[in-house]
Design a protein around this ligand. Structure first.
Ligand code: G3P
Length: 218
């Protein structure tokens, strides 16, 4: 499963990329707001840090304007992936952009039928928001399983990009189901490494090592 980082914070992206953990980046209008930066400027910087796809989202809701915005965003760098909302206009723009050779990410997916539509429109990625599905009292990971089954039934090539991840458990279940990508907030990505038995075991090894009086590197 690929790891994308869900942020427009370039310091976080640089640090996690240097660890070899970043296969791509996803942004959205809320993350651009949080960064406090100009969308073109910050997206260009992100595209220079990572080799993989960087999702940049249109702000328009109507097809013609979406296509104008997609042209501007697509010019930022070769690794831009145009992110579009799951509406009829967004699906139409997805089809046009996919046909023109762009990578596309259809976002704000909350049902299996919406994911089916995105695949038929040729989306490179579908972004189901699991945390927000959990928020309304249903299980976001059930949605991922449904989409996996439907895409496999018909051999759709659209990749399932699990979004709105809120916990390390979301990441584990996404991997067990066979999602293609998880886009993960930096804090959750860092939390994946943590285990109390790792900390306890390391402390015990260090204490015993100290008692040997040895020094490996001299
Ligand atoms: O990947 C989408 C994400 O940025 C939304 O997350 O936590 O606001 O639902 P959240």
């Amino acid at each position: 499963m690929k790891f994308f980082v869900d942020t427009a914070d370039v310091d976080d992206i640089r640090e996690l990329n240097a660890l070899g953990l970043v296969d791509g980046v996803t942004t959205n209008p809320s993350l651009i707001l949080k960064s406090g930066r100009d969308i073109i400027e910050v997206t260009k910087e992100i595209c220079g840090i990572v080799d993989g796809p960087v999702s940049a989202e249109v702000a328009a809701t109507e097809y013609d304007q979406m296509m104008k915005e997609a042209a501007v965003l697509g010019d930022i760098a070769d690794n831009i992936c145009i992110k579009l909302p799951l509406t009829l206009d967004g699906l139409k723009a997805c089809k046009s952009l996919t046909d023109a050779g762009h990578k596309t990410n259809v976002t704000l997916c909350f049902s299996a039928n919406q994911a089916l539509l995105a695949a038929k429109a040729g989306a490179t990625y579908i972004s189901p928001f699991v945390g927000r599905v959990d928020d309304i009292g249903t299980d976001g990971m059930d949605l991922i399983q449904e989409i996996r089954t439907i895409y496999d039934n018909y051999d759709f090539k659209t990749e399932i990009l699990v979004a709105s991840i809120r916990s390390v458990s979301h990441v584990k279940i996404a991997a067990l189901i066979g999602a293609d990508v998880s886009t993960i907030p930096p804090s959750t990505l860092r939390a994946l490494v943590k285990h109390p038995l790792t900390d306890k075991g390391l402390a015990a090894f260090l204490a015993d090592w100290e008692k040997t009086g040895q020094d490996i590197a001299g």
